[in-house]
Design a binder for this molecule. Structure first.
Ligand SMILES: [Mg+2]
Length: 101
C-alpha cells in the first residue's frame, strides 16, 4: 500500500465509515457521474477536466473499498491482468460457471 493510498483510506474511513454496502452505493454513484461527464464531454457539453475529476472520485472509492477489505491494489490489478490473459485460452476462467473453480 502506498502512503497516498493509506492516507486516503484513513480519511475516507473516518469521514464515511467502513460499511461496504454504503461504499458500493457510492461507487455506483461515482461511476454514473463518470459516465455522464464523459458523455457530456463527447457531446461538447463538458470538459476533459470534469471527466478526469470524476475518474478520480471512482478511484478514491475503489481505493477505500480495497482498504476496507485489506486487499493490495497492485495484487488486484495483477490478478485481473492474469485472469484476462488466461481467458484468452479458457473463456470461462473464474466465471460462475467455470467447473475448475
Ligand atoms: Mg463525483
Amino acid at each position: 500500500m502506498t502512503p497516498t493510498e493509506k492516507l486516503a483510506i484513513d480519511i475516507f474511513s473516518n469521514r464515511y465509515g467502513t460499511n461496504l454496502n454504503s461504499r458500493f452505493e457510492k461507487l455506483k454513484e461515482e461511476s454514473d457521474e463518470l459516465i455522464e461527464a464523459y458523455n457530456d464531454y463527447m457531446l461538447g457539453d463538458g470538459t476533459y477536466e470534469h471527466v478526469i475529476d470524476e475518474l478520480g472520485d471512482v478511484k478514491a472509492v475503489l481505493t477505500h473499498i480495497s482498504g476496507i477489505l485489506q486487499i493490495d491494489q497492485d495484487k488486484l490489478l495483477l490478478d485481473a491482468i492474469i485472469k484476462s490473459e488466461v481467458r484468452q485460452h479458457i473463456p470461462n476462467f473464474k466465471r460462475k460457471n467455470d467447473p475448475s473453480t
